[in-house]
Design a protein around this ligand. Structure first.
Ligand code: ZN
Ligand code: MN
Length: 486
């Protein structure tokens, strides 16, 4: 793709993902602080008290290596932790333990389906490096960062294990950045090392430049949508500067989620400002020995699963993509498709169920507590045997998501069982009898009149009839009466 087409936009991302370990990266504090009071999941190590020594969490290291392997990276034989020195109230030691010259892995590739310039196109995004680091604590502001009169600090997050994934500046638009993050979230979810639904589980620093300017870095964007919005704002801001002949300076900016704008925080610090040096309290780690074992633990990943689904279940590429984004949905689909028609399952999971989940902002994991795969199979079975209509099936799903219950209970309770053909015929006769002028209009060639009659029958049968079937009945009935007249 020619980058000039979209104004020479170059975006690189540094994505920090919280790993789902039981304890923090360098201490034994539990990581499940999400619903706890501030500063309750802390110890001398993650509070940075003098003399406290860090110990590397082996599980976190294994998870990090798995992420790197899944992104096609080359695992480095030796990896070393560094101190990154800077002062900030959320960093009580005055340095962050991270990695620098010897990260766990270098050079990977992630392919994304870019929809830029119309049509889906495979694009490869280069991964520069993958490294491990600890999360700092969290500053809490009343209101927003620049209107608050004071800030509070919570160290529960301090020392949480992060894997940082750095890309080359290969992304060309805010939308591509969002697609890339979605892909990353998908892969990490497959590995079972990351929960994308957890608030703040993924935080992104975005480097962005437009043709003719230096790059700015937008720090600490904490939502997927936020990344796209922050980037869109930055592109407009930078392009306007260039257009007016002004200089885009290299600086660090903050994204204000509430106002949807970026604000200058400080002129960009340089790498040497951090005075990186190897962490003297941790020894270099030799990790090549783990690679073969961890490779065997890498499951089938989204791209492979998508290809397999399309062929094994004879479903469309679109359905295969939609069904493999989230591993929980993929597993749900396979369980359903093993028991009933795979194409029907694809339509009802990728199109209908996913739509209902999006509408309610709930994840498949939450939904599967309310709808089991067996229940889903039974809904599709009833639909196949015309016990219920499509509309009825949708209503059952909605009822189960909103209020619970089993398909059988809901069919009974709501009277959703399709009505017998005899009853449809009866309703058709009544409607035709009561709407003579509409019948004449239809005979005269007005198709809207047919729609009107069908609508009346649907109303009378309270939606329990299949519109297609009603239409046939009405047509047959009117044609028959027309023949009788001639
Ligand atoms: Zn601790
Ligand atoms: Mn970082």
């Amino acid at each position: 793709m020619k980058s000039e087409e979209i104004g020479g936009v170059k975006i690189g991302l540094e994505c920090h993902a919280q790993l789902l370990t039981r304890t923090k990266l360098f201490c034994r504090c539990p990581t499940n602080y999400q619903n706890s009071e501030p500063n309750t999941h802390v110890c001398e190590t993650c509070l940075g008290l003098p003399g406290a020594l860090p110990v590397v969490n082996g599980q976190a290291l294994r998870y990090g290596i798995k992420v790197a392997l899944a992104l096609g990276c080359a695992i480095q034989p030796e990896t070393i932790f560094y101190r990154k020195n800077y002062y900030y109230p959320d960093l009580p030691r005055g340095f962050q333990i991270t990695q620098y010259d010897f990260p766990i892995a270098l050079k990977g590739l992630v392919s994304i389906e870019s929809t830029e310039n119309g049509g889906a196109k495979e694009r490869e995004i280069r991964i520069t490096r993958v490294h491990m680091e600890e999360d700092p604590g969290r500053l809490v502001y009343k209101g927003t960062i620049d209107t608050a009169k004071y800030s509070l600090v919570d160290y529960n997050r301090s020392g949480m294990p992060l894997v940082e994934i750095v890309t080359e500046p290969d992304l060309r638009s805010p939308k591509e950045a969002r697609i890339f993050l979605g892909k990353l979230r998908s892969i990490l979810g497959y590995l079972g090392v990351f929960d994308g639904d957890r608030e703040g589980a993924m935080r992104v620093d975005a480097n962005i430049s437009v043709a003719g300017g230096q790059r700015a870095e937008v720090k600490n964007i904490s939502s997927y949508k936020g990344v796209e919005r922050a980037l869109a704002f930055e592109i407009t801001r930078q392009k306007n500067l260039v257009r007016r002949g002004l200089v885009v300076t290299q600086e660090t900016r903050h994204f204000d989620e509430v106002r949807g704008i970026t604000i200058s925080m400080r002129t960009k610090e340089f790498e040497h400002d951090y005075r990186y040096f190897p962490e003297p309290d941790l020894v270099p780690l030799h990790i090549s020995g783990l690679v073969e074992e961890l490779k065997r633990e890498i499951p089938e990943l989204p791209d492979e699963k998508r290809t397999r689904f399309a062929t094994q279940y004879s479903i469309t590429q679109e359905h295969a993509t939609a069904l493999t984004y989230d591993i929980t949905i993929a597993d749900f689909y396979e369980a359903v498709a093993s028991k009933i028609d795979s194409k029907l399952s694809a339509v009802w999971i990728a199109d209908v169920l996913k739509g209902e989940l999006n509408y309610r902002s709930i994840s498949m994991r939450e939904a599967s507590e309310r709808i089991s795969t067996d229940e889903f199979v039974s809904i599709l079975g009833y639909l196949n045997e015309s016990v219920i209509t499509e509309r009825g099936a949708t209503e059952i799903l909605r009822e189960m998501l909103d209020h619970g219950g089993t398909p059988d209970e809901i069919i009974k309770g709501k009277g959703l069982a399709s009505i017998a053909s005899g009853d449809i015929e009866k309703a058709v006769s009544e409607v035709i009898g009561a709407n003579k002028s509409a019948v004449e209009d239809y005979k005269a060639g007005k198709n809207e009149a047919l729609n009107f009659i069908v609508g009346q029958v649907m109303k009378q049968t309270r939606g329990r009839a299949e519109p297609k079937e009603v239409r046939e009945f009405v047509r047959a009935r009117i044609d028959r009466s027309a023949e009788g007249q001639s």
